[in-house]
Ligand binder design. Structure first.
Ligand SMILES: NC(=O)CC[C@H](N)C(=O)O
Length: 223
């Protein structure tokens, strides 16, 4: 069975839901700890949401130096699928696995709401099970969710089709070009500000629109 590691940092909040999403997608969730020096032989890694190290300095700025991140960076370089959700996205940017940065929401308050997204790139390890242009709704909850980058960085992301998802409706945090998620050039590393792991069952929340991220990874590993 495919094994997907979910890293817990001090202050992680959504690691339990991420493991649950992995299980509902049909894989075996493996709990990994920030101080681990190996990935335990997993096939893919999720960096979950939360408040790693209390969001001190900047969100993700300290987690980036956790021992396990050396292993995550090395595995991502070998093509392992890595998904960073919200605080995980912040950690991926701080680790330079993804370009740009997440800064304080433009309205300066924490936002928590169900959020419409358009999936723009279905050629990544985490979005294969969606169709291009598909609109989904998943929860969004962050204080530092504004995606920014140097003009040439943003232009390169757009030119190379590396924007994975965009916000629909009013922009919730000031992200440039309504960017909600991006991928690296190889398509194995994806960062997403909204939370698909909270939308994996029809009985809860806005529905099961988020499950596709987790089933996509399984298909990528089998393909
Ligand atoms: N839900 C989250 O992962 C929040 C991330 C981070 N703590 C922020 O407020 O932006």
């Amino acid at each position: 069975m495919t094994r997907v590691g979910v890293v817990t940092f001090p202050g992680s909040l959504d690691d339990g839901d991420a493991r649950r999403a992995v299980r509902l997608a049909g894989a075996e969730p493996v709990a990994l700890w920030h101080g681990d020096h190996d990935l335990g032989g997993v096939d893919a890694v999720v960096l979950p949401g939360g408040f790693s190290y209390g969001d001190y300095l900047r969100c993700g700025a300290i987690a980036r130096f956790a021992p396990i991140m050396d292993e995550v960076v090395a595995a991502a370089g070998r093509g392992m699928p890595v998904l960073g959700i919200c605080n995980g996205f912040q950690i991926l940017c701080e680790s330079h696995l993804l370009p740009g940065a997440l800064i304080r929401n433009d309205h300066r308050t924490f936002v928590c709401r169900d959020q419409g997204l358009r999936i723009e790139n279905v050629d990544t390890a985490w979005t294969r099970d969606y169709s291009a242009g598909q609109e989904i709704v998943v929860p969004l909850k962050n204080g530092e969710g504004g995606f920014v980058g140097a003009p040439d960085t943003i232009a390169r992301l757009e030119d190379e089709g590396r924007v994975v998802a965009r916000y629909l409706g009013s922009n919730p945090n000031g992200s440039v070009h309504d960017i909600a998620g991006i991928t690296n050039a190889a398509g194995n590393v994806v960062g997403l500000m909204p939370h698909p792991e909270h939308a994996v069952e029809d009985l809860c929340g806005p529905g099961a629109d988020g499950l596709g991220f987790f089933t996509s990874a399984l298909r990528s590993l089998v393909a």
